[in-house]
Design a protein around this ligand. Structure first.
Ligand SMILES: Cc1cc2nc3c(=O)[nH]c(=O)nc-3n(C[C@H](O)[C@H](O)[C@H](O)COP(=O)(O)O)c2cc1C
Length: 186
């Protein structure tokens, strides 16, 4: 029997009708056998400010995010591209989580995905995100790329991912992440 594994999905968008949050939810519904998961949204993470670490303690929402990342076997970060790069909301959360002691990105298997209504599907953001995660010692998975371009046509009005090709690609990414996670544990 295989050991149960947990995925933490993080959305880089706060928007209620976010395409990226919808993509993250779709991924959670397509996890391989033996995996379960949950979605984290970043609404409660304050702007980074060292002054908020009174006595060394992180603000409670930051501590909760750090704990959730530490407890997960792997992460899936699903984010929009803003001005060719990482949205400030997501970078801000990464900055909080990256602070010592024992920052939980180190050694963590992480895959990235992104959706855009435009033609480029976050192709310029994802390498930036992977670079930042690699700088923190994360074990970033580079293939397959999941670049959901023309994304408004790939989800229905309820936010369900209805595009068959994209669903298959997400399944392939999740299988690769699961295999990557097991390989890193050996
Ligand atoms: C500040 C800002 C910058 C943006 N820059 C880009 C960009 O560089 N590339 C791109 O494909 N889309 C860009 N967009 C459009 C987003 O892809 C689009 O708003 C998308 O729906 C955001 O993701 P969400 O639906 O998950 O919120 C930008 C949007 C905003 C608000």
């Amino acid at each position: 029997m295989t050991t149960p594994r947990r995925l933490l999905a993080i959305s880089g968008s706060l928007r209620r009708a976010s395409l990226n949050t919808a993509a993250a939810r779709a991924a959670l519904a397509l996890l391989p056998a033996g995996w379960s998961g949950e979605l984290v949204l970043l609404h409660d993470i304050p702007p980074y400010n060292e002054d908020l670490r009174a006595g060394g303690a992180f603000p409670p929402p930051v501590q909760a995010l750090r704990d959730a990342i530490r407890a997960a076997d792997a992460l899936l970060i699903v984010s929009p591209e803003y001005n060719y790069s990482i949205p400030g909301v997501l970078k801000n959360a990464i900055d909080w989580v990256s602070r010592p002691p024992e920052q939980p990105f180190a050694g963590k298997p992480i895959a990235t995905m992104g959706a855009s209504p435009g033609a480029f599907g976050t192709v310029r953001m994802q390498p930036h995100l992977r670079f930042v995660l690699a700088s923190l010692g994360a074990q970033v998975l580079w293939r397959p790329d999941v670049l959901i371009r023309d994304a408004t046509q790939k989800f229905d009005e309820r936010g369900e991912l209805v595009d068959t090709e994209t669903r298959e690609l997400v399944v392939r990414l999740l299988a690769a992440l699961a295999e990557w996670t097991e390989r890193l544990r050996r």
